[in-house]
Write a protein that binds this ligand. Structure first.
Ligand SMILES: [Zn+2]
Length: 79
């Protein structure tokens, strides 16, 4: 019997961050929080979430901020 298991990425969700300024290009309301879960699967059935990747992206300058680069304004918008 062959076991198929490993990790899969869940669906990425996006949430716009309002009234937050991008510290790179100084544009407001251009940032979106992207969340993607990473799941352990057995026969492609998701069993449990291993980790969640979270980052914000600016739609204007395409700058990506990882969690350790979030500004206090970003953190207060992310609930
Ligand atoms: Zn920007």
């Amino acid at each position: 019997m062959i076991l198929f298991f490993g990790t899969r990425n869940g669906k990425a969700t996006q949430q716009a961050l309002n009234n937050v300024r991008c510290s790179h290009c100084q544009q407001e309301n251009t940032l979106a929080l992207v969340e993607q879960g990473n799941y352990f699967h057995l026969f492609w059935i998701k069993l449990f979430k291993i980790q969640t990747n979270r980052f914000t992206e600016c739609s204007h300058c395409k700058r990506v901020y990882f969690e350790n680069e979030f500004t206090p304004a970003m953190k207060s918008e992310i609930s």
